[in-house]
Design a protein around this ligand. Structure first.
Ligand SMILES: Cc1ncc(C[n+]2csc(CCOP(=O)(O)OP(=O)(O)O)c2C)c(N)n1
Length: 371
């Protein structure tokens, strides 16, 4: 006899709705540049607000120039950043100099603003080992290419910081695709278990190359994945520099106060292709989607906000653009003048002690290079 239908033990709709409610998007500055959440407003001086705008404008120019340098064959690997300036730069701006950054391949701007000289960023793009040699006073690892790996490394770096009793944090960045990787879960879980001072950022730009985020996961938000690791999770409007700054600043405070890691999902968009290696975004997203996101542009809304406060104008912006162009010209020249990478450099930088087969090859190249 068939059992009588009972009321379901789990009300799945109720459960999903409750989760969605907990992870509502934080926004402070709307698309028109109006403050919509005064209570969450971060404590930034006028000079700091202008500095953040300066960095975003400068980085947009750097992106445009990097794309054309790549097309001229003067750069190698390049992952465009336009659209992601708020999520990248306002989060970095909430850090202190001693904090560690563990970036992904698209996160070169955060490294630059944390202290990586521009010419080294260009050498990184060219696959030169010097582009991966972080300056002594720069607490950062070079950009990770293996999707998600930086999450596990960040848990380790953050645990190291904790064991040394330092009041600093380790921050890492991945994309929405990265949040499907095993390393993502291992990293947030480990850091959560040890209450390590880590900030895990997911820049949800809606596509992992051509795969839309909806196909990556059944979860309604990426932020909610924090709950399974027992850590704080928050979703922010990643096109809003003030929301990004506020969420990262608060996550940093929590981390240095011994309250453990935070997972921050930033809703953003990359305007360009995934990389300059040849994907064609028109094959996986519509013009309407692109326009919809361009209307959320972080520079446009922040410019409007600052202009209304009398802190920004066209002249100011032109100055930043000209400065960026000049710096880029100088840096690319410095990268061009830097000694070419030798095969022996590559081998020396890979191994502390060479395996026998490489020892032989190393000697052969050493002899060739000395001619
Ligand atoms: C472990 C691993 N698998 C696959 C790849 C190839 N790959 C490079 S980028 C990418 C998509 C990543 O998308 P997402 O995490 O959303 O980051 P985004 O580039 O959009 O910032 C993939 C699959 C890789 N680099 N590493």
């Amino acid at each position: 006899m068939a059992a009588k239908t009972k009321k379901a033990i789990v009300d799945s709709k109720k459960q999903f709705d409750a989760i969605a409610k907990q992870f509502e998007t934080l926004q402070i500055l709307n698309e028109k540049g109006e403050v919509v959440n005064e209570a969450a407003m971060p404590d930034l001086s006028d000079d700091q607000l202008k500095e953040l705008m300066t960095r975003m404008v400068y980085t947009r120019v750097l992106d445009q120039r990097s794309i054309s340098l790549n097309r001229q064959g003067r750069l190698g690997f390049y992952a465009p950043t336009a659209g992601q300036e708020a999520s990248q730069l306002a989060s970095q701006y909430a850090l202190e100099k001693e904090d560690y950054i563990l970036p992904g391949y698209r996160d070169v701007p955060q490294l630059i603003w944390h202290g990586l000289p521009l010419y080294q960023a260009f050498l990184f793009s060219r696959g030169h080992f010097h582009g991966n040699q972080m300056p002594e006073d720069l607490n950062a690892l070079s950009p990770q290419i293996i999707i998600g790996a930086q999450y596990v490394q960040t848990a380790g770096v953050a645990l190291g910081i904790k064991k040394r009793g330092k009041k600093t944090v380790a921050i890492t960045y991945t994309g929405d695709g990265g949040a499907s990787q095993g390393d993502f879960y291992e990293g947030i879980n480990f850091a959560g278990a040890y209450k390590a001072p880590a900030i895990f950022v997911v820049q949800n730009n809606r596509y992992a190359i051509s795969t839309p985020v909806e196909k990556q996961s059944a979860a309604q938000t990426i932020a909610q994945k924090a709950a399974a690791a027992g850590i704080v999770g928050i979703q922010v409007d990643g096109m809003d520099p003030l929301a990004v700054y506020a969420a990262t600043h608060e996550a940093r405070e929590r981390a240095v106060n011994g309250e453990g890691p935070t997972l921050i999902e930033m809703l953003t968009f990359r305007y360009g292709p995934h990389t300059m290696a040849g994907d064609d975004p028109t094959r996986y997203r519509t013009k309407e989607t692109e326009t919809e996101w361009e209307e959320k542009d972080p520079l446009v809304r922040f410019r409007k906000y600052l202009e209304d406060k009398g802190l920004w104008n066209e002249e100011e912006e032109t100055k930043v653009i000209e400065q960026a162009k000049e710096d880029i010209k100088e840096a690319i020249k410095k990268a061009d003048d830097y000694p070419k990478q030798k095969v022996t450099d590559l081998i020396e930088n890979m191994y502390e002690e060479l395996p026998v087969n490489l020892k032989e090859q190393y000697e052969i190249y050493k002899a060739k290079e000395s001619k």
